[in-house]
Design a protein around this ligand. Structure first.
Ligand code: HEC
Length: 137
C-alpha cells in the first residue's frame, strides 16, 4: 500500500493548509474558500501525481535509458509491445501512468503480459514518461 503522504509538501497541503485555514477562523477565511482548500488537499493526497508536471525532454531521455525502445517503437509498428504512437488517444494520463507502473494491471489485447517491472521509477519520472508518450503521434 502507498504511504498516505509521500512527501512533506503533500503533508503540508493535506493537513497543514486546512489546519491553518481553520485557525484563521471564519472571519478571515470565507467558508467556501476553506472548503475548497480542504477538498483540493484531499484530492491531491489521493493523487500525488497531480502535484507533478511531466517534462517531455526528460521523459524522452528516460525512455532511451530505460530501454523502453527494446520493446516499443515510437511509431505504430509492433515490436514486443504495441507501438506507442497515438497512445494518448487510447487512454488518459491515469491509464498511461498505470501502464508504466503496473503493466500487468491492464494487458493490451493481443499482446503477452511480458512488460518489465518499472515500479521502482519515482512519480516524477513516471510523469516525465507520460508527458513524452503523449507527444507520440
Ligand atoms: C520487455 C518488453 C517491454 C519493455 C522493456 C517495456 N514494455 Fe511497455 N509493454 C510491453 C508489452 C508486451 C505491452 C503490452 C502488454 C501490456 O499491456 O502489458 C506493453 C504496454 C505498454 C503500454 C500500454 C500500450 C498501449 O497501447 O496501451 C505503455 C504505455 C508502455 N508499455 C510503456 C512502456 C514504457 C514507458 C517503457 C519503459 C519505461 C516500457 N513500456 C518498457 C513490453 C515492454
Amino acid at each position: 500500500m502507498r504511504p498516505l503522504f509521500r512527501s512533506a509538501s503533500l503533508f503540508i497541503a493535506a493537513v497543514a493548509i486546512p489546519a491553518l485555514a481553520a485557525a484563521c477562523g471564519s472571519d478571515s477565511v470565507p467558508a467556501d474558500t476553506a472548503a475548497t482548500v480542504t477538498q483540493r488537499a484531499v484530492i491531491s493526497a489521493a493523487n500525488p501525481s497531480d502535484f507533478l508536471a511531466g517534462d517531455v525532454d526528460r521523459g524522452r531521455r528516460r525512455f532511451a535509458t530505460e530501454a523502453c525502445g527494446a520493446c516499443h517503437s515510437t511509431g505504430s509498428n509492433r515490436v514486443v509491445g504495441p507501438g506507442l504512437a497515438g497512445i494518448s488517444a487510447r487512454g488518459d494520463d491515469a491509464y498511461i501512468r498505470q501502464s508504466v507502473k503496473e503493466p500487468g494491471a491492464v494487458v493490451v489485447k493481443g499482446f503477452p503480459n511480458v512488460m518489465s517491472d518499472f515500479s521502482r521509477l519515482d512519480d516524477q519520472t513516471v510523469e516525465d514518461l507520460v508527458a513524452y508518450l503523449k507527444t507520440l503521434n
